[in-house]
Ligand binder design. Structure first.
Ligand code: ADP
Length: 382
């Protein structure tokens, strides 16, 4: 009789970007059958996975027929067509995260309502279709586009009446209290079909003062044990409430009084878990494969303190990519460079990341600053 186990099931991933590529690298280690759906095999995942189906994950037919080819269907990006997923689910396809949860997460308005209904702490909010529905707003507040925002696009801080003319986005929105934030944290948690969970140590996002962009991600975060425990417990509570398998990255605000508020979640591998490749017993990508395949979850302990920095395309550079300063960085112990393999750089495009590991926190930041100042993503054609 032919023996088989979950490792032998075919996994289909919607989206073939860098998160897909790093998942494929982990999956290849176990010779898992992976397939991707995205528009070009030149995308990062296509470089490491030969089973790359050309198609558009926004398109219902493409998603449906791709889903039919695989045993387990998952995502590396949220903006996929979910009607096809609902259709496939009715036909018995295993889909992680479950499509109804994905529908909630894709819409920041539904996400906030979900937190309120499930007793998950989040900043106060209400929903509006347009500016007129605001009536007499109390300033300051945060406007968030319900759909389609990412990396801060789709978020406006409205401090005064004039900002309503200059910053307001004309789209159905969440109106949130502006939170007094002490630290921004992220916790990645995994859950499998048996309902078991495994949570990673908290990550602290450190912002650059000038650019208002996340500059470094540090793990473990510089927080008290009590906050660490509460942040991990909140991440577990959130994935249980969504009742999903796979990964959930839970972004939180820590307030000066020690309150934790869930800001938003991503039901897939996440930027705040890149360091786990080099600094944890089980990477988030291996954990993702384990969780969606019903395998035992891996050890989430960190092997080293780590700082992660994204390699973003330099402003003013668009064209074929060149990584300037790479050799100097590779010469340093504990500097692990990950290049996604995108041919063209554009300003602020995520082209790779670097994880720096060191047992000493000062040296960790020294090395991270060196990498930040030395390794530049430029175009060879300017
Ligand atoms: P995105 O999905 O585009 O990353 P976020 O919801 O994470 O959007 O918001 C981007 C950033 O805006 C957050 O990292 C935080 O710095 C700031 N922000 C978002 N919501 C609030 C809020 N309610 N109060 C204060 N700052 C906020």
């Amino acid at each position: 009789m032919k023996q088989s186990n979950n490792r032998e099931k075919t996994i289909g991933i919607l989206g073939g970007g860098q998160l897909g590529k790093m998942t494929a690298l982990a999956a290849l280690n176990w010779d898992v059958n992976l397939q991707f759906l995205d528009i070009s095999p030149d995308f990062p995942a296509g470089k490491v996975c030969p089973n790359f189906v050309r198609g558009d994950f926004h398109n219902e037919t493409d998603v449906y027929f791709f889903g039919k080819r695989v045993d387990i269907l998952t995502i590396e990006i949220e903006s996929v067509n979910t009607s096809a997923l609902h259709h496939l689910e009715k036909e018995g396809k295993v889909i992680h995260p479950r499509p109804a949860a994905l529908d909630i997460i894709k819409d920041k308005g539904l996400q906030k309502q979900f937190y309120r209904e499930n007793g998950i702490p989040t900043s106060d909010f209400f929903l509006v279709q347009n500016k007129e529905e605001l009536r007499e707003p109390s300033f300051p507040f945060v406007q968030k586009a319900r759909q389609g925002g990412y990396d801060g696009k789709g978020v406006a801080i409205i401090r005064q009446q004039e900002d309503l003319d200059t910053k307001w986005m004309d789209t159905p929105s969440v109106i949130e209290n502006l939170v007094d934030i002490d630290k921004e944290l992220a916790v990645i948690v995994a859950r499998n079909e048996q309902g078991e969970t495994a949570v990673y140590p908290t990550v602290e996002m450190i912002f650059s003062q000038e650019a208002n962009l996340v500059e470094y991600l540090l793990s473990p975060a510089r927080i008290d044990d009590d906050i660490e425990q509460r942040a991990q417990a909140l991440a577990i509570e959130t994935i249980n409430a969504f009742d999903i398998c796979g990964l959930l990255a839970v972004e939180m605000f820590l307030t000066p009084s020690g309150e934790l508020l869930v800001n938003e979640v991503a039901p897939r591998p996440h930027n705040s878990g890149h360091h786990t490749i080099d600094a944890a017993v089980t990477s988030q990508y291996e954990q993702f494969i384990r969780a969606i395949s019903g395998l035992p979850l891996g050890d989430t302990a960190l092997t080293h303190p780590a700082v992660m920095l994204n390699l973003l395309g330099e402003p003013g550079h668009t064209g074929p990519v060149h990584y300037q300063g790479l050799e100097e960085c590779l010469a340093i112990s504990g500097v692990k460079v990950h290049i996604y393999g995108k041919e063209i750089t554009k300003p602020y495009r995520k082209m790779g990341h670097v994880t720096v590991i060191d047992t000493d926190r000062e040296r960790l930041f020294e090395k991270a600053r060196f990498v930040k100042n030395t390794l530049k993503v430029v175009s060879s054609h300017i």
